[in-house]
Ligand binder design. Structure first.
Ligand code: DAH
Length: 369
């Protein structure tokens, strides 16, 4: 084999002698490159050698191109020599490649080992917010009594928030609600109470039914220790054929006993007014305020807890329900108010400030974040 086909000025100039039969490994070119491959320390360097020898413009390709000028006999001999050299070099390269890869892996395994003596990073765990705990407790309590938990719409309309609940346009009760209307949509609003859930449910389900709904409501109110423009309400509705005031009183008194964890809590129903109930009432429970400390379920003072009443026949008619066939009671209560009373929180804003110390103190359980 001659060197005529080798690229000029190449970094690796070589010569393969032609002549009698020699095994590939004894060709000077093979011996020279064997040495270079063995001395090679990096995969990138090895790749350069491979391209130089076996690549499209490499030495072997150049040698193969010279075959065309030879006689048939010469071509046969030289052709098989070139092939033998190519196979030899390529197996040298493959072998070296896997050796270098293995070395690289061993290097990584020793240098990238984990230092298990390092202290672990502190893990942050979330807890259930006090309001979530209260909401879940109320839901579990009513679910056990056969109540269905329904959702209303936070953005609702005039009809569901007012008209259907027997609060017509001119009604003074509307003024108390300080409603947030949606810009450019005069009939759309942020619901001011969860009583809307009564209407939303009765549009798709017919009595008998028992539901509660808990969710956010909005009022353009002051922001102080007892008011926030957004808060949560619980709404309840029971509609069955023989429901009466006795059921209302029993249901709500039992709920207060459960919620405040006091077996002999005293309940007082005071007449009141809500457009969607008739008669309407407010439920007070007994408490003591001795030494400025509020205690629920003991003492002779009264604390207002919630609004309630027998569902107004107009509300039932608005939902295509015959008030002579079905009657029931409804109630509504602020979740924040219940929470503040139960946990003796002086300021509603603490519930929303997201102070980590407060959250850790009142939160329960651990929730992976
Ligand atoms: N929706 C009333 C409010 O936001 C609360 C309420 C009172 C709901 C009496 C009722 C009820 O269902 O019967 O103040």
């Amino acid at each position: 084999m001659s060197s005529s086909g080798l690229p000029r000025g190449s970094k690796y100039k070589n010569r393969v002698s032609s002549g009698s039969f020699m095994t590939a490994s004894t060709y000077p070119l093979c011996q020279e490159w064997k040495q270079k491959v063995e001395n090679c320390l990096h995969l990138s360097e090895l790749e350069e050698i491979r391209v130089h020898l076996l690549g499209k413009s490499g030495l072997i390709t150049a040698e193969l191109k010279t075959l065309g000028q030879l006689s048939h006999e010469e071509r046969k001999t030289k052709g098989s020599e070139i092939n033998a050299v190519r196979d030899y070099l390529s197996s040298l390269l493959t072998h070296k490649k896997s050796e270098l890869e293995q070395k690289a892996l061993e290097f990584r395994l020793t240098t990238e080992a984990l230092d298990i003596t390092l202290p672990i990073r502190p893990e942050k765990k979330g807890k259930l917010h006090l309001l979530t705990q209260v909401i879940q407790d109320i839901q579990n309590y009513f679910r056990d009594l056969g109540f269905q938990i329904v959702e209303g719409h936070e953005i609702d309309d005039d009809y569901h928030n007012f008209d259907a609940l027997n609060i017509p346009a001119h009604h003074p009760a509307r003024q108390n609600h300080d409603t947030f209307y949606i810009k450019d949509h005069p009939l759309r609003l942020l619901r001011t109470h969860t009583s809307t859930a009564q209407i939303r449910t009765l549009e798709t389900q017919k009595p008998p039914l028992r539901i509660i709904s808990i969710g956010r409501v909005y009022r353009s109110d002051a922001l102080d220790a007892t008011h926030t423009p957004m808060f949560h309400q619980l709404e309840g509705l029971v509609l069955e054929k023989n429901t009466h005031m006795g059921h209302l009183k029993g249901c709500l008194t039992d709920f207060c006993r459960h919620f405040f964890n006091v077996d002999d809590i005293k309940a007082r129903f005071r007449p009141s007014f809500f457009p969607f109930t008739e008669p309407s009432g407010e439920l007070d429970i007994n408490c003591s305020r001795e030494d400025g400390q509020l205690k629920i379920g003991i003492g002779n003072n009264w604390m207002e807890i919630l609004g309630c009443g027998m569902v107004h026949p107009n509300v039932l008619k608005n939902c295509d329900i015959n008030p002579d066939e079905y009657q029931g009671f409804a109630f509504g209560v602020g979740i924040e108010r219940l929470t503040m009373l139960k946990y003796r929180l002086p300021d509603i804003r603490a519930l929303y400030e997201s102070d980590e110390r407060w959250l850790n103190h009142y939160g329960v359980g651990s929730v992976a974040l």
